[in-house]
Design a protein around this ligand. Structure first.
Ligand SMILES: Cc1cc2nc3c(=O)[nH]c(=O)nc-3n(C[C@H](O)[C@H](O)[C@H](O)COP(=O)(O)OP(=O)(O)OC[C@H]3O[C@@H](n4cnc5c(N)ncnc54)[C@H](O)[C@@H]3O)c2cc1C
Ligand code: FES
Ligand code: FES
Length: 1283
């Protein structure tokens, strides 16, 4: 059940519960941990509970499993076991948690599908306060001081019914294995030694033995939490032949209190440190606990709960990370470490202690036994402040520990200590700045001088590792300012300062509030068994929550199976001059190496007239291109083999990485497209005003939780192959494998049970990877499995296209836009993939919701030396529309009017026709707009925000209202077809197979609902096992939000035919049961879509079946000093026709919105100057976590909407709302504009996407950032490229 999503402690998919018996106190402790970083040897004597251990669909499911599933918190389900175990562990320790406990427990668990709201709502039902209307999102909650849910509120349909949930009974939980208690109580502890293939693990029991071992093997690391050593060994290939585990040495866990502070054992976990400090605070005078509170503050932000549960205090100090959160606070607080080696020493944790990157002044044989944490003294203030790319569970960009001490009753500084992380290779002390402050009054004048000195003292070279140089330098000043202000308020409170002082800085709000999901009830006369239109749990949610659901890599290993690891290019543009695999072949377990020479059929895949090699032969075009693959008996052996392959290169000149490079060198994939209506050139001449602007939008990594996975099994006769694969398009994989192996498609059977997320990333790329794997299976005649690691997947597979959008817009003084000329450039990477189609779709959507009479767009797919970008939810539309909405925003700013007014003035109205001559009615778009304004209380909040901004200098709020019109279907007719095969078995059970693949979007659930309605039987009689090319051939991809439309019609047709066939029997025996009719009989079909096309010559067409409309309003609060923000509230109104399953559809809306929020405000791909991707895991690439959910998140489905163009009047919804995440981008931009206005700046300004804290903060033009001198572009090599 337990899943692996990243292998480095960053995603939580592998969360398990560790339970340990503590003989001294005779207690059992339970804590959550990331299995991927837990060394098995470290677990001697511990009990591990995994998701399978707590409940099963065969016996009894656990309430946590039930509630997450039934509250619709499981879509693709790949994150679900981890979510369940985080929540389960919390409940084991605290059966009635608070919402804060829940948010903390789930903070380290990533989900790419749901947007977290349903998971949080499911878990909320365990809270004491949840047993009121709040739990189910009742708007009029008693806790909010409103009346208890009134009747009409109760009548509104709900997504789930918590009344029916199993109660949580803590007495029924698994007990700790008594034999482990006996073992711990009885044993006379002895040194444990484990020998592996290449490593030895020793676990001593006494400090003396530990010191001796360390003296004998100074290079051997002491592994505690393994959160530093583990990732080094896994990802950097570091080998430690000997590991010493001091986990059983009791001195390392002792805590003792003296008159001046506490000594805390270096082995204590960070969670233990947090709790022991917290317990001591109430018993001590406030003045003594400044350092304790600063540490607690910092520990709350350090890593996830899972990391804090295992990472040790000593490990953290000794790891000496440059951006360690604890070390600056420990150092500023004058802590001391006690070290043993030969004798005992006490060493102050100060500037001298941190010797360099990952280095301290400790000798290799030193063992840190404990850390002294002193009480603070009277007149002393200590603070920990940090800024990070994501609010929670993220290493800091800059982190600080600051301490100041005043002489009694005075504001004159006696002593100050300022430590920073993130400003160099190690924790640094701003000594000169401190000296300049000491002896002077704590006032503005002193601080103003200090800023200048600090800026000089903590300078960074423009190409410093980590980049963000100007931002980091500015942060040192603004964090010092925050410290200054906080202490100033303390002095005022203590009456030391009498004069008026500037406003106090309040933290950003963080309390999550109940959300609303409004949808329509089914008609009163709808039959009870008919599930269409009713919320219905994802059909596999329970299996996913119990860990029973089988993903590709869960398929048990078969006899003789081999594992394939790809060897990829380390150069972006080079000739391959040599490939030496001899060393790899000598390694244990290595079976063979697969190269281009081994391909029996076609060595390339052709797309849009361009060839893509499966294995690079003569030349490589990007870092990460596959050159060969190593096959071995295990993944570990294959990895070692891959590391031993030697490739030599001769670099070719002028690699192209950025869009600007590509434009300069005219490097494009053809055809480039142009689409226009009206006469843009003339209209621009007649406009009152003309503005030229541009926006650059970064790419996006799919970050499906399940990485690319496939297993190819040769049947052994007649060149037949079974391919088990996680793909959105089994037919394409079938075709690609057949072509590669030079066999007919009828010999290749693709099976897709489910995907742990796809989002467009498992279409083209997967067909290439499956072809490569099939070559290995063909050559060796053995089953071959290939499952990419997260870092490999991110390096190799590409993602959403970064886009540069330029525009020239002509508008009238009344706000009417008369003409726009767009130029779009997409960074496609080195292969064409679907880039040309994506560029086309960009142009098809360049009107968004606006009727602009003269419109022209040029779109080009730029060919660069980066990994090939591919389809991603929205397929170019999120890029196209951001440029459009940014243009509208610029018009508003140029006119000095609110952007919503300009949107409204230009929005389609009445019978309309697009720039490609497609007729449609925008009525529902207008209805969504009005309803969203109403539901979000837009006008009143706009006013309140303006007032807030007038009163607040350092924090600003912003709001935006963004519409979308999204065309549903593939613009190519042949892709809009589907097939279904429905079997009715003699016992009355029904097996449905259709062309759609289940990747969390709930297509199987909806198909089950369709079959149930058409056959007039309950959904329990309908089963969907898998998608298989042997059952339904020639399917279209599950993409373009079209899966339900296409496959739904096919299932409906097939069921109708069968039901008709049963008619004679039914008529003969009208009172008979379904089973009886089926028994009396013993029993195929395809549906086709409408004719879709686009004629690029005539610039007209019917590329879509219909439009899905929506409008979103988001409000943010921005801390202008750091760029941190919170989404305070989001309201989405979507027109999705008549929903087949509101719970699934609302899940898609929230999930896509959250992915969009990540795209536009958070997720940053970082490429180095040689074209290598730096951001290859969740530690460097931040997708939204539970902390990013809007504090109030409401979704309304537009009532009374019909759609004659799709099944049961529904509409496709998988992709459209992704763009609505940009409402947060524009709300941030609105807040930034307010900050700029304080700085005397007005009019349009540029803010690229994602609007990260760095970009938002710099755009605010705060005085601190203005102090930082900008480095001259071109005078240095930046650490990362803006691709
Ligand atoms: C996903 C993730 C997120 C993280 N986020 C943050 C964050 O936000 N902020 C932050 O500051 N840190 C963060 N960390 C880093 C984490 O805090 C450190 O890795 C951790 O504290 C190290 O402790 P450990 O017990 O796991 O060390 P181990 O990996 O077990 O050991 C690390 C090193 O310390 C040495 N060592 C350990 N104990 C002793 C001892 N008693 N005496 C001498 N040497 C010793 C070992 O020899 C080894 O070299 C994160 C780590 C991960 C994996
Ligand atoms: S797999 Fe362990 S945290 Fe991601
Ligand atoms: S359901 Fe959470 S990752 Fe898919």
């Amino acid at each position: 059940g337990t899943k692996s999503g990243c292998g480095g402690g960053g995603c939580g998919a592998c969360t398990v519960m560790v339970s340990r018996y503590q003989p001294a106190s005779k207690t059992i402790v339970h804590y959550s941990a990331n299995a991927c970083l837990l060394p098995v040897c470290q677990l001697h004597g511990a009990a591990i509970t995994t998701v399978e251990g707590i409940g099963s669909s065969k016996t009894r499911i656990h309430p946590v499993q039930e509630r997450i599933a039934k509250a619709h918190g499981s879509q693709c389900g790949f994150c679900t076991p981890g979510m369940v175990m985080s929540m389960y562990t919390l409940l084991r320790n605290k059966p009635q948690p608070t919402m804060e406990d829940i948010m903390l427990a789930l903070g380290g668990n990533l989900c790419r599908c749901t947007g977290y709201r349903p998971i949080v709502d499911g878990c909320r039902t365990f809270c004491a306060e949840a047993n009121c209307c709040q739990a189910n999102g009742g708007a009029n909650c008693c806790l909010n001081g409103g009346e208890n849910a009134n009747e009409s509120e109760q009548e509104k349909p709900q997504l789930f019914d918590q009344e029916k949930f199993l109660p949580l009974d803590p007495t029924q939980e698994l007990i700790f294995p008594p034999e482990l208690i006996l073992m711990a109580d009885a044993s006379n502890p002895q040194t444990l030694t484990f020998h592996g293939e290449r490593m030895t693990w020793v676990s001593p029991t006494t400090l003396e033995e530990l010191v001796q071992l360390k003296a004998k093997h100074p290079k051997a690391p002491l592994v505690m939490g393994n959160t530093n050593i583990g990732p080094d060994m896994k990802f950097k290939g570091v080998l430690h032949p000997l590991i010493i585990s001091p986990i059983r040495v009791k001195e390392l866990f002792e805590v003792s209190e003296g008159p001046d502070g506490v000594w805390v054992g270096a082995g204590c976990s960070l969670a233990e440190l947090h709790s022991l400090l917290e317990k001591r605070i109430p018993g001590l005078p406030e003045e003594k606990t400044e350092l304790f509170r600063a540490l607690i503050q910092q520990l709350g932000n350090l890593g996830s709960q899972q990391i804090r549960n295992v990472a040790s205090l000593g490990g953290n100090v000794v790891s000496a990370y440059p951006n360690s959160d604890l070390n600056p606070v420990l150092a500023a607080g004058s802590c001391v470490v006690r070290v043993v080696s030969g004798g005992k020493r006490e060493i102050p944790l100060n500037q001298e202690f941190f010797a360099g990157f990952g280095k301290t002044i400790l000798k290799p044989e030193d063992v840190v036994v404990s850390v002294f944490i002193p009480f603070s003294r009277k007149g002393e203030f200590i603070r920990a402040l940090r800024q990070a790319p994501r609010k929670e569970v993220s290493f800091a960009t800059v982190t600080t520990g600051m301490r100041v001490r005043f002489s009694e009753g005075s504001r004159v500084v006696e002593e100050v200590s300022l430590y920073f992380g993130g400003m160099g290779p190690t924790t640094v002390c701003a000594t000169k700045t401190g000296k300049a402050i000491e002896g002077r009054p704590w006032d503005e004048e002193t601080l103003n001088q200090a800023y200048d000195i600090l800026l000089e003292e903590l300078s960074l070279p423009p190409s410093a590792p980590g980049g963000k140089v100007e931002f980091r330098r500015g942060l040192t000043l603004s964090l010092l300012f925050k410290f200054y202000l906080d202490v100033l308020h303390k002095l005022k409170e203590m009456n030391v300062i009498k004069e008026e002082i500037p406003e106090k800085l309040q933290p950003l709000p963080r309390d999550i509030q109940p959300s609303l999901q409004e949808f329509q009830s089914v008609p009163k006369d709808q039959e009870a068994h008919d599930p269409v239109g009713r919320p219905m749990m994802h059909r596999s949610a329970i299996s996913q929550a119990t860990g029973e659901a089988v993903y590709c890599d869960d398929i048990p290993k078969t006899d003789g199976e081999l594992f394939l690891v790809l060897v990829t290019s380390s150069r972006a543009h080079a000739k391959i001059t040599g490939l030496d695999v001899s060393e790899a072949l000598k390694l244990p377990g290595v079976f063979d190496v697969i190269t281009a020479q081994d391909v029996p059929g076609k060595k390339t895949r052709e797309m849009f007239g361009y060839e893509q090699e499966l294995f690079a032969e003569g030349q490589v075009y990007c870092v990460g291109q596959t050159v060969c693959g190593v096959l071995a008996d295990t993944k570990a052996h294959a990895k070692r083999g891959a590391a031993a392959v030697k490739i030599t290169y001769e670099d070719l000149p002028d690699p192209i990485f950025t869009i600007e490079d590509a434009i300069e060198k005219s490097s494009y994939f053809e055809p480039r497209r142009v689409l226009f209506k009206g006469d843009v050139t003339e209209a621009l001449k007649s406009a009152d005003q003309v503005y030229e602007g541009k926006i650059h939008m970064g790419g996006q990594e799919h970050f499906y939780m399940e990485t690319q996975s496939m297993l190819v099994v040769p049947v052994g006769e007649e060149t037949e192959f079974k391919v088990y694969v996680s793909t959105q398009w089994p037919t394409l994989v079938q075709e690609a494998v057949a072509e590669t192996l030079d066999v007919q498609s009828n010999r290749v059977m693709c099976h897709v049970k489910r995907l742990g997320g796809g989002f467009g990333g498992k279409v083209i790329v997967t067909s290439i990877l499956a072809s490569i794997t099939s070559v290995a299976a063909w050559k060796t005649n053995r089953p071959v499995r290939c499952v990419l690691e997260r870092g490999e997947d991110m390096l190799i597979t590409g993602g959403r296209h970064p886009v540069l959008g330029k525009y020239k817009v002509g508008f009238m003084n009344d706000g009417k836009i008369v003409a726009v000329d767009y130029h779009y450039y997409a960074n496609s990477g080195c292969f064409v993939d679907e880039s040309v189609l994506i560029s086309e779709k960009i142009l098809l959507h360049m009107d968004n919701a606006y009727n602009i009479p003269n419109l022209r767009g040029h779109s080009a797919a730029c060919r660069t030396n980066l990994p090939s970008n591919t389809s991603f939810r929205g397929f170019g539309v999120p890029q196209s529309l951001l440029v459009v909405e940014n243009m509208v925003n610029d018009v508003a700013m140029a006119l000095g009017r609110p952007a919503d007014q300009i949107r409204e003035i230009n929005m389609y109205k009445g019978p309309s026709v697009t720039h490609y001559k497609f007729e449609f009615s925008p009525e529902n778009l207008r209805r969504c707009w009005e309803l969203c304004k109403l539901k979000s209380d837009y006008s009143a909040r706009r006013h309140a925000i303006d007032q807030f901004n007038q009163q607040s200098r350092w924090k600003k709020r912003g709001i935006s209202l963004i519409p979308i019109k999204y065309g549903i279907a593939f613009a190519e007719s042949f892709l809009n077809q589907a097939g279904a095969l429905v079997h009715i078995y003699k016992d009355g059970s029904v097996l449905v197979t259709h062309g759609g693949t289940e990747m969390g979007q709930g297509v199987h659930t909806k198909m089950q609902q369709v079959a149930s309605r058409e056959l007039h039987i309950p959904t329990s009689k309908v089963f969907i096992s898998e998608t298989c090319t042997g059952t339904v051939p020639n399917t279209c991809p599950s993409a373009a939000s079209f899966g339900t439309d296409a496959n739904g019609m096919a299932v409906k047709d097939a069921c109708e035919i069968l039901y008709r066939r049963l008619e004679p029997i039914r008529l003969k025996n009208p009172k008979g049961s379904w089973e009886s009719w089926v028994k009396r009989s013993t029993s195929n079909s395809a549906a086709s879509g409408k004719d879709h096309y686009i004629d690029w010559e005539k610039m007209e067409g019917q590329p879509y079946s219909y439009y899905t409309f929506g409008v979103c309003c988001s409000e943010v609060e921005l801390d202008c000093l750091t760029g941190d923000y919170r989404t305070l509230r989001t309201d989405i109104v979507m027109d999705i026709g008549r929903s087949i399953n509101p719970s699934v559809d609302i899940g898609q809306i929230e999930g896509a919105f959250t992915q969009g929020l990540g795209l536009y405000t958070l997720e940053e791909l970082k490429f180095g100057p040689t074209g290598i991707l730096y951001s290859r895991g969740p530690s460097q690439y931040k997708i939204p976590a539970v902390c990013d959910v809007p504090l109030r998140f409401n979704v309304y489905l537009l009532p009374d909407s019909d759609n004659p163009n799709a099944i049961y009047s529904s509409k496709g919804i998988g992709e459209p709302t992704l763009f609505l995440g940009s409402s947060v981008f524009f709300a941030i931009k609105d807040a930034v504009a307010a900050a700029r206005s304080d700085a005397g700046l007005s009019g349009p300004f540029s803010l690229d996407s994602p609007a990260t804290p760095e970009r938002a903060c710099l755009a605010c033009a705060m005085p601190f950032n203005k102090k930082v001198p900008a480095s001259e572009p071109g005078s240095f090599k930046p650490w990362a490229l803006n691709i």
